[in-house]
Design a protein around this ligand. Structure first.
Ligand code: SF4
Length: 293
């Protein structure tokens, strides 16, 4: 299997109440697909140094919240970019003036940022990601303006999870951005069909939407004339070529195990454990990944 990118879950922490689809932060220990308490943490800098020789030229840094790693985080992304790798920082904290992430982005064109926006109002964002997200709505918008002011908007991917609560509201997001002076055509926008996981796995009726409905929303968004590039991740394609490594070194890939009984157009997904980078070494894990058909 070809390897398009490696997801690095740099931290296991984000907020108290994780989003229902979050793969890296769980309330319930048993539901953490990667967790193995007591294991040695990964030396990310060393790992990143190995990647180019293993043919990997793109990493996605997420967390939980990757920026919770502190000053080491910036050393890591700057080093990856100097090693000629593309780095996407998937953060829920929109960069504001003076933010170190902005400095890194200005220093290297290889550093990109993925930011969540699940609704056109604070209430809708709060409904999707919890109270704090709603309160942050104004600063999120301001963060986008700051990026635009520095001419960095074309390195932003907005990430929107499309679920039952925001199903029709997603169509309001473009007008909201335009009304706030955001140059929509410069943005990349990635939309995900929600895939409830872990403790929320039984909440399909609360979150899930059918694939066809998801695609209908996308086609209406694509009709908007000011729209930039749109990409999508339907659950059907969620097992595409991603190797995920968590902070304890456990390496997993997502794969399809079958179809949901009550939702026959939706695949059920599981994690395939490929090993631990601290024990088996990165070369071995990559060989295993590439050997899977
Ligand atoms: S904001 Fe992102 S990292 Fe944090 S809980 Fe939600 S999906 Fe997970």
């Amino acid at each position: 299997m070809s390897l398009e990118a490696v997801d690095l879950l740099l931290t296991d922490s984000c907020k108290k109440e994780p989003c229902p689809w979050c793969i890296s932060v769980r309330k319930d220990e048993e539901e953490v697909p990667f967790k193995a308490n007591g294991q040695k943490r990964v030396n990310w800098l060393r790992l990143i140094g190995l990647f180019p020789s293993l043919g990997i030229n793109r990493v996605i840094c997420s967390g939980g919240e990757p920026r919770k790693l502190g000053p080491k985080f910036y050393e890591l992304i700057n080093t990856a970019a100097q090693n000629n790798m593309y780095v996407t920082v998937s953060t829920a904290i929109f960069p504001q003036e003076g933010d170190e992430l902005l400095t890194s982005m200005q220093q290297s064109k290889k550093i990109l940022v993925g930011l969540p926006l699940d609704g056109s109002t604070p209430e809708m964002c709060g409904l999707m990601r919890g109270e704090g997200e709603g309160n942050r709505f104004a600063s999120n918008l301001h963060g986008l303006k700051v990026l635009q002011g520095l001419d960095l908007l074309d390195r932003v991917t907005l990430r929107t999870v499309v679920a039952r609560p925001n199903f029709s509201n997603v169509l309001e997001i473009p007008a909201m951005l335009l009304n706030n002076g955001i140059e929509l055509f410069k943005l990349r926008w990635k939309l995900y069909q929600v895939n409830p996981l872990g403790v929320h796995k039984d909440e399909y009726d609360k979150w899930l939407i059918h694939t066809l409905d998801f695609m209908r929303i996308i086609s209406r968004l694509k009709d908007i004339k000011e729209m930039g590039e749109i990409t999508t991740l339907p659950v059907l394609a969620a097992d595409r070529h991603h190797l995920i490594i968590n902070s304890q070194g456990n390496a997993n890939m997502v794969e399809m195990e079958g179809w949901l009984k009550e939702w026959p157009d939706i695949p059920s997904l599981r994690y395939r454990r490929l090993g631990n980078v601290n024990n088996e070494g990165m070369e071995q894990i990559i060989q295993r990944f590439r050997g899977i058909r």
